[in-house]
Design a protein around this ligand. Structure first.
Ligand code: ZN
Ligand code: FE
Length: 254
């Protein structure tokens, strides 16, 4: 069994540490900062082997160089972001497989938020580290790609097993949930989930991980094909991609 640590940093970022007790290997996902990662490694007597970057934004790679210098870890990132990932060692692309000990990590390319965005799927462990592509009840903003690209990227994630646990890179859940309720006020699963989320955030408890099953039930960007959501937007029987595009625009102005 892998051991997972969630480190809240900056305003609303999460860094994840993944430790495999069997091999003794540890990976850090999107280290915005080095210090909190070094502290956690020290505290647990772990050494860092891998950095897994989802994309080039500074709140995901800011700790790369210091961590590499202090731990000798290898930095993994998208081949198309080679020029803008500090300290990259191993460029990867869609369908490549990496390993943490005996745990396979499948690379999925998810352009939209940025052109080079990738996510890391621990296939045998049902873990998904999805950076700024998919959030709890939301999805990433379109900084570089088109709505159509992001929609295709999210379809890939939607097709993974429903029990997959979703570890996204930001705590945007409450705002995302308010938007979700605004477009689908009668969704009971969503109403119930928001009650739980509000309690958690009242105690500043992280709302990650989510599961893909929960996202299917409550995330509007996973429900663009749902007749109830389409009806409440006045877009019944429109193409899912058009509903998705409209949702992304509405969220930008929410
Ligand atoms: Zn980003
Ligand atoms: Fe980010």
């Amino acid at each position: 069994m892998l051991i997972l640590l969630t480190l809240p940093v900056l305003n609303d970022n999460y860094i994840y540490l993944i430790h495999d007790p069997e091999s003794g290997e540890t990976a850090a996902v999107d280290p915005a900062l080095a210090a909190p990662v070094l502290d956690a490694l020290n505290q647990h007597h772990w050494s860092l082997n891998l950095i897994l970057n989802t994309h080039h934004h500074n709140d995901h790679v800011g700790g790369n160089l210091e961590l590499k210098q202090k731990t000798g870890c290898k930095i993994i990132a998208s081949i198309s972001d080679q020029h803008r990932i500090p300290g990259i060692d191993t460029p990867v692309k869609e369908n490549d497989i990496l390993w943490l000990g005996k745990h396979p990590i499948h690379i999925i390319s998810t352009p939209g938020h940025t052109n080079g965005h990738i996510v890391y799927h621990f296939t045998n462990d049902n873990l998904l580290f999805c950076g700024d592509t998919l959030f709890v009840m939301g999805c990433g903003r379109l900084f570089e790609g088109s709505a159509e690209q992001l929609w295709h990227s999210l379809q890939k994630l939607k097709s993974l097993p429903p029990e997959t646990r979703v570890y996204c890179a930001h705590e945007y859940t409450q705002t995302n949930g308010r938007f979700a309720l605004s477009v689908e006020p009668d969704n009971q699963a969503l109403q119930q989930r928001m009650a739980v989320i509000n309690q958690l955030r009242g105690k500043l408890t992280p709302t990650v991980p989510s599961t893909l099953a929960e996202e299917r039930a409550t995330n509007p960007f996973f429900r663009e094909d749902s007749p109830t959501l389409q009806a409440s937007l006045g877009l019944l029987n429109k193409k899912p991609i058009d509903v998705f595009t409209q949702l992304r625009t509405l969220k930008d102005h929410f």
